[in-house]
Design a protein. Structure first.
Length: 129
């Protein structure tokens, strides 16, 4: 297991030049912190219609330093329970967050995000940068 599980905001903020995101990426690249990423987050990043080749190469390079955190059956059950208890009109918007939170909870990892409000409905193990 890794120290942190990163979400898509870290990559998006890194791409836009955010210093906090850059600091987190630097600690990962320097080996000071171990990090994991869900394939769901990779899917979320790669389905952006405006992704340029340069961004894809940068993201791919960062991914080589991250451990894969698969979305398991147990995490699927937990995320499903969380979504079932959410308001019907918010379920679709919250699915990604519930799935990533369930993955982090199962693995005992802290979610590294600036979007903590979306995760706090499901899991209290997060840190903002």
């Amino acid at each position: 297991m890794a120290d942190i599980l990163v979400d898509s905001t870290l990559f998006e903020d890194f791409r836009s030049g955010d210093s906090g995101a850059r600091d987190v990426i630097d600690t990962i690249l320097d080996g000071e912190v171990t990090a994991a990423i869900s394939p769901l987050t990779v899917f979320h990043l790669w389905n952006e219609p405006d992704m340029e080749r340069r961004t894809e190469i940068t993201y791919s390079s960062i991914l080589s330093f991250l451990e894969e955190a698969p979305f398991t059956i147990a995490a699927s059950k937990q995320a499903g329970l969380w979504i079932a208890s959410a308001h019907a009109d918010e379920r679709g918007r919250l699915v990604y967050f519930a799935m990533v939170a369930a993955t982090a909870k199962e693995r005992g990892e802290v979610i590294c995000t600036r979007n903590s409000k979306q995760f706090e409905n499901f899991y209290d193990g997060f840190t903002a940068y």
